[in-house]
Design a protein. Structure first.
Length: 251
């Protein structure tokens, strides 16, 4: 689907590429024939890609990282086309500056940024451990649960939004439903022409000026994949919030 005249995937790639940290970006897509179109797009735009398992994203991400000889893997879900480059830099630099202290760093445990600003940093040896040992379907599908579900085993770091606010359940900037796409399309219509890499503050200011936009997808606020696994996840409470009380150091 298009955003400001180009495929959503390309718009997201622009934003990830705009982060300042040294990196190599790989579009990790599937081996399904329907994703031949993604391979074609990546070829046309000279974007590196990897094709792997359709449902086992842990395997796909691990193999993509190994193929590129990565020291660390940074997972940014491809349904987050408003990802802010400054947020990527903040989370990744937090890990780089403290890499001997942590086995995993994200801005999701607990989440405070708006939904859709997801960044997870996994050293390759930790990713390999999860790849070898994770057995549950949701651990394979969502890549990192095996790690953050074992705070007694892995040293987990979290980067909270520096404002002290928590918009994780009230502001939804990810694409799972048509309503989500409608909101994000309108945000691009409003902001892209003025600044191709508009930031999160620009988005929030727009929503303050035009609060009616917030109503477009508010029905889905707080809708997170792990709501279906609350009985199995020991670090998430009934309100769908990460609740790890030990061995977590926060920024």
């Amino acid at each position: 689907m298009p955003l400001a005249g180009a495929q959503l995937l390309l718009r997201m790639y622009e934003r990830v590429a705009a982060s300042n940290v040294k990196k190599e970006i790989i579009v990790a897509t599937t081996t399904e024939s329907e994703d031949d179109e993604i391979e074609k797009l990546c070829d046309e735009k000279n974007i590196r890609f990897f094709r792997g398992h359709p449902k086992d994203l842990l395997d796909r991400h691990y193999r993509a990282a190994i193929e590129s000889s990565a020291d660390i893997a940074v997972k940014i879900p491809s349904d987050c086309p408003l990802i802010c480059p400054e947020v990527i830099d903040r989370v990744l630099n937090f890990y780089i500056e403290r890499n001997e202290e942590y086995d995993f760093v994200s801005n999701l445990h607990p989440a405070t940024y708006p939904d859709g600003m997801d960044v997870e940093v996994i050293p390759i040896d930790i990713l390999e451990t999860a790849w070898k040992e994770a057995e549950k379907d949701f651990e394979r599908e969502h890549t990192t649960p095996f790690i953050w579900e074992h705070p007694e085993r892995f040293r987990l770091g979290n980067v909270e939004w520096e404002t002290g606010l928590d918009y994780s359940m009230s502001h939804r900037f990810t694409v799972d439903y048509p309503d989500d796409y409608e909101l994000i399309s309108k945000i691009y219509e409003e902001l892209y022409s003025e600044d191709h890499i508009f930031d999160m503050n620009d988005i929030l200011q727009l929503l303050e000026r035009k609060p009616e936009l917030m109503k477009i997808n508010e029905l889905h606020n707080g809708t997170i994949w792990y709501r279906n696994y609350l009985d199995e996840l020991k670090t998430i409470d009934s309100k769908h919030k990460i609740n790890i009380n030990r061995d977590i150091k926060r920024n």
